[in-house]
Design a protein around this ligand. Structure first.
Ligand code: FES
Ligand code: FE2
Length: 351
């Protein structure tokens, strides 16, 4: 399949509906309605009295008020405008001015709560059984890992972040001051396996920056091995991995770091970026706070660049160069585009 042009990729919808996407963190969803715009759809999330997550269309069918400005009544949500109530199935269960409710309702969306994440399915429900489940991110559930998480709304297409985390040659430029990793110069090895693309880069006997050496109990500049890899697991999820190994011993890594870059389109030019990261060493609070500070600063740098890229892409220059010219280091990102095009092509098949 040919890779779509940039215009096709970014000018119109470039995300599949028939896919599990992250809607929220589990600890954000409770007995207060949470409004979130996901895949060009207004969604309200809340929990039933028993604790099950409910996701409904956040638009009252009566006069279009967002249900999220209303209140929970037991397991139902009451619209804040004229008091119509809707149950977890989306069906209207009460209209104050009527003795029995009319046959109206809102859409209800399947959700899955897995560890810290709430996944949502906003696609064709008759195709749900054919859609791959949310990808496994086992380290998030592993008590050996200490994790931190956050969410940023970025004014850029979600695919720009996918490409950003699949080409880490930007480290020496975007993150020169924060991560101080300046040796990520060569294009990584890239392998495709079905609907997954993975890059892998080994740094052998290279000096560790202080932010890596100190948590490992080493002197800054210690010559160690770093094995970095990352995979596009679905249009919604990307995993990054860093293993730190003593070059003089053949034993399992002395430290493992994991990142999940979970992007959910808000619309064509905006995304939610849910990031979860963790490590199995230096897990005490103060050390994790320092790690988190560095990561957040780095992500702000990515946010800045991606918003700048989006603002150029959103406009049509009168003259000058247009389009993109790719290089070897883009191989994983280009493969990711193809994979996502495959997801989208499958959902138009009506067999
Ligand atoms: S707009 Fe919701 S009850 Fe009227
Ligand atoms: Fe980055």
């Amino acid at each position: 399949m040919a890779t779509a042009s940039v215009d096709t990729l970014y000018g119109q919808r470039n995300y599949p509906y028939n896919c599990w996407w992250v809607a929220a963190y589990a600890d954000e969803v409770g007995r207060m309605p949470l409004a979130r715009w996901l895949l060009d759809t207004p969604v309200v999330l809340y929990r039933t009295e028993e604790g099950a997550v409910v996701a409904l269309e956040d638009r009252c069918p009566h006069r279009q008020a967002p249900l999220s400005i209303g209140k929970l009544r037991g397991d139902a949500i009451e619209c804040g405008y004229h008091g119509f109530q809707f149950g977890p199935s989306g069906r209207c269960v009460h209209v104050p001015s009527m003795s029995s409710p009319p046959p109206i309702g809102v859409e209800a969306y399947p959700v899955r709560e897995i560890g810290p994440l709430v996944w949502i399915y906003l696609g064709d429900q008759s195709r749900l059984d054919d859609v791959p489940p949310p990808p496994e991110l086992a380290w998030m559930l592993d008590p050996g890992f200490e994790i931190r998480k956050g969410r940023i709304e970025i004014a850029a297409n979600y695919l720009l972040l996918k490409e950003n985390v699949l080409d880490l040659t930007h480290f020496g430029y975007v993150h020169a001051a924060t991560f101080q990793i300046t040796d990520w110069v060569d294009a990584p090895k890239v392998a495709k396996d079905g609907n997954t693309v993975t890059y892998r880069q080994e740094f052998i006997r290279t000096p560790l920056i202080p932010g890596m050496a100190i948590p490992l109990g080493l002197e800054p500049g210690a010559l160690w091995n770093r094995i970095n890899s990352g995979s596009l697991l679905s249009p919604a999820a990307q995993e990054g991995r860093s293993d730190f190994c003593n070059p003089d011993r053949s034993e399992p890594p002395a430290g493992r770091v994991r990142f999940a870059h979970l992007t959910t389109p808000i619309d064509q030019k905006n995304m939610h970026y849910f990031y979860v990261f963790g490590r199995d060493f230096a897990r005490e609070e103060a050390a994790m706070d320092m790690f988190e500070k560095m990561v957040i600063e780095g992500f702000k740098e990515d946010e800045f660049v991606l918003e700048q890229v989006q603002s150029i892409m959103s406009r049509k220059p009168r003259r000058g160069s247009q389009g993109e010219r790719s290089v070897k280091a883009d191989a994983a990102g280009i493969e990711a585009r193809r994979i996502i095009e495959g997801w989208m092509a499958r959902e138009t098949i009506t067999d």
